[in-house]
Design a protein around this ligand. Structure first.
Ligand SMILES: Nc1ncnc2c1ncn2[C@@H]1O[C@H](COP(=O)(O)OP(=O)(O)O)[C@@H](O)[C@H]1O
Ligand SMILES: [Mg+2]
Length: 215
């Protein structure tokens, strides 16, 4: 795949502010003249949405940890093939509300599946497409995000124990430390507009540094 666009993923635990910041970042990029697309996962394609309902809402189906990891990767692979890949080829900026790092943190680290296998299946599913930049919304105190309101009921994964979510947050921090070139870590407990400002400047700096063709 020839990549002319720019790919940024927004990562973090539950209610860290990913969806809020993905929308604010997209607004800002559009105002700056960038053709911008936001994706969310699991989902974002017909296949992905069907997988999403299995992953998030089928408490009674006895889904194994391995099946969970494979389904996330399958949904992600569809999203790359149908949406992210073509958008990048067309020179767009893609803002992904979660991507591969979510599987590495949730299934690989917090669920203790073999990390290399989770990595391998995601590399396979996505054709090895990694973001140019990954924003980690990190809540130093887990109580901060936990106290935020949520839209609707908690899904199957959100309902997991506090300890699981602590491992997720710690997992993301490890991933960021291992890949400091790609990651920007932002304190998610700051006010929304301050977080948006930090992310906006970091993304703009990287895009203009990289030169998105046609601009
Ligand atoms: N920086 C922030 N400070 C306070 N509340 C926030 C902040 N960012 C998001 N919120 C609120 O927290 C909740 C979860 O945000 P959301 O963007 O849906 O998180 P996520 O997509 O990471 O689960 C929403 O009610 C949102 O308005
Ligand atoms: Mg969200």
């Amino acid at each position: 795949m020839r990549r002319k666009g720019f790919f940024v993923s927004i990562e973090g635990g539950e209610k860290a502010g990913k969806t809020t910041q993905a929308a604010l970042l997209a607004d800002r990029l559009r105002q700056q003249g960038f053709d911008t697309l936001v994706t969310r996962e699991p989902g974002g394609t017909a296949t992905g949405e069907a997988i999403r309902s299995i992953l998030l809402h089928s408490e009674d189906h006895g889904l194994t940890a391995v099946s969970e990891a494979l389904l996330f990767a399958a949904s992600r692979g569809q999203l790359v093939a149908e949406v992210i890949g073509p958008a990048l080829e067309a020179g767009k900026v893609v803002v992904a509300d979660r991507y591969v790092d979510s599987s590495l943190a949730y299934q690989g680290i917090a669920l203790s599946l073999p990390f290399e296998k989770v990595m391998a299946v995601n590399e396979w599913a996505t054709g090895g497409l990694w973001p140019d930049l990954t924003v980690l919304l990190d809540c130093p105190d887990p109580a901060t995000a936990a106290g935020r309101p949520r839209k609707g009921e908690a899904d199957r994964i959100e309902k997991r124990q506090e300890d699981f979510h602590r491992r997720v947050a710690e997992g993301f921090r490890q991933l960021a430390l291992q890949d400091p070139q790609r990651y920007v870590v932002v304190d998610a407990s700051l006010p929304t507009d301050e977080v948006a400002e930090i992310i906006g400047s970091a993304v703009y700096g990287r895009i203009t540094g990289k030169e998105v063709p046609g601009r």
